[in-house]
Ligand binder design. Sequence first.
Ligand code: UD1
Ligand code: MG
Length: 432
Amino acid sequence: MSLSVIILAAGQGTRMKSDLPKVLHPISGLPMLHYAIKAAKALSDDITVVLFHQADRVRENIESAFDGIRFRIQDHANYPGTGGAVMNIETRHDRILVLNGDMPLVTAESLRPLVESDADIVMSVFDLQNPSGYGRVVVENGEVQAIVEEKDCTEEQKRIKTVNAGVYVFKKEIMDRYLPLLSNDNAQAEYYLTDLVKMARDEGRHIKPVWVEEEAFKGVNSRYDLAHAEEIMQERIREKWMRAGVTMHLPRTIYIDSRAVFHGDCTLENGVTIHGETIVADSHIKSHTVIEDADIRNSSCGPMARVRPGSILEDTHIGNFVEVKKSHLKGVKAGHLSYLGDAEIGEGTNIGAGTITCNYDGVRKYRTKIGKNVFVGSDTQFVAPVTVEDNVMIAAGTTVTEDVKEGALAISRTPQKIVENFFHRFFKTGKR
Ligand code: UD1
Ligand code: MG
């Protein structure tokens, strides 16, 4: 499609009250700007992102995730405002979609009605019962006559319910002709992109309003908006995966990162949290389990288990209060209360309650390797680095500090001592 896209992301985002640039605040695991870029990528091969505040930081973030995006630093000191932001940008195509970087709920689908309309300027509008904060759009005879920013509205204009959603498609010649004519003679002393509309209209150009769904075009300005946008995003993510065959119990209590992927037959119970680029296939994730950047196949986790980054679970069961980090478990059972970090554990192995891999000496991390069909008794510690071969028994309470050979028993215990009648003597119960 011969369309260029300009994404406005130079604003400071003062209302977020944060050192992090507004467009980098995450929603469902990704900076909000990524969503606008993804939508743009589906429509165009020529995308420019306009930056100013913390430009390097934002640019580095985008470059780490996307190829082929162009950047422009706005001359903010001399040309502040949305009009200033789009000045002097080279575009490859003769139609230009202008998007805001703080619209994480916008999708290629929701932009299509705008992109497919034909006029000198196509602009997105919606009707609001409470239009405050938005630029009001004056529509007459099916054409936009003007957009008036709230701070510049008369009392009568303030009552207009049709507002500017902030997304436009301009013909390139319209931008070339009118941008140099913009002035900053308004309440905020900024160059308003919206003034272009009035100037073009005054010269008889056609400006078409397209009513869009408010939800998709909602801008995020505060952390309240951020939370609200994330709720909508979560609902979309859950719906997508439920339709793809994931059963969810009390879905509103489940949090799923936008990068997570499910395959086959999966069940998520209430309160499950899935962060990062997690893959879950044919597995049952029980209540209040937290998973991050892990790969879980044909397994069950929880309730209340924690699977941390770099973990692979295959044909495995982990139960309550089991934490797994950067470990590969294949055909393993670890039912209760364990920490398995930097470990590799083989098929048929049973991990008793209270087993801990001591993987950290305060400076470095070390690996634990446990073979197949190993029976690990309760309350075992593996002091890594350590290797346990196949078909081994480890007695309950053992601290494994040395490698264990195939077929052996490892046991380290202080022999038990019995002191008869000690209780009665100690508490002077009178019984002998
Ligand atoms: C803008 C519109 C308003 C519309 C509203 C919809 C103008 C003048 N007003 O107002 O009619 O109802 O969006 O959300 O356009 N930006 C820059 N450089 C700047 C200023 C802003 O890149 O100098 C970027 C911001 O980062 C943001 C976008 O432009 O992504 C919109 O800026 P914002 O200040 O939020 O405009 P609004 O006052 O909301
Ligand atoms: Mg805004």
